[in-house]
Ligand binder design. Sequence first.
Ligand code: UDP
Ligand code: MN
Length: 241
Amino acid sequence: QIPTIYFVTPTYPRREQIAELTRLGQTLMHVQNLFWIVADDSDICNKRLDKLLDNFGIPYILLSSPMPSIYRSQKTIPRGVSNRRAALAWIKYNNIKEGVLYFGDDDNTFDLRLFSEIRYTQRVSMFPVGLIGDYSISSPIVENGKVVAFFDSWPAKRKFPVDMAGFAVNLNYMAKFPNSTMPFKAGYEEDAFLKSIELKINEIEPKAKDCTEVYVWHTQTTKTKAPMIKISNDVLSGSKT
Ligand code: UDP
Ligand code: MN
């Protein structure tokens, strides 16, 4: 039995939500032994979303994980943090200690080779992410098979200047750190999370041919000013017409 990949996707209600999740779901349909944790930044469990996820045939859970309102009014909003924290809490609550955790945002693009790279992560694996920042790439720098430094256009004094999509974590390893967490601190989520699992630079497992290949891209969908028409769950479930 190959290890399960727990693929954590923060998502939020907006015009593009169904389109993003359709594209992502149809990528994930190609992956063996994957459990999809979709955490929606919403205080309701959206029935339409649940139906969409169900139709992919991928084992999944849909969590409602609204961002606390105090963070929404901040200058830099910690996007997706409430969602990822809910996913981490769900993993802890269910005492899942086997498999590999990966944070895959709903708008990113994934090459299927990524999944075979991360599946056998022992502690924490890392690999390049394309289309990030001014350098267009964020990647560990590897020498003789070891990570020795990081190439990232926004170091910001971080110990681990990496993107959320640039690492995977073994759940048995993560379980050794019951206080592991991701703070509501925009820009520093990855660094703080990796510090909370006491990662050492010399323990990082470089993937994607010693970090010379790109298997994930930080693509972004153009935002529009067009309003999203909200439909209530009652209407979606057919209990009201
Ligand atoms: N997200 C969210 N609530 C928000 C904004 C974003 O849950 O208010 C999610 C979004 O669906 C994505 C992740 O958080 O999976 C990162 O957000 P986004 O892609 O907008 O930011 P980026 O990192 O690309 O700048
Ligand atoms: Mn994004």
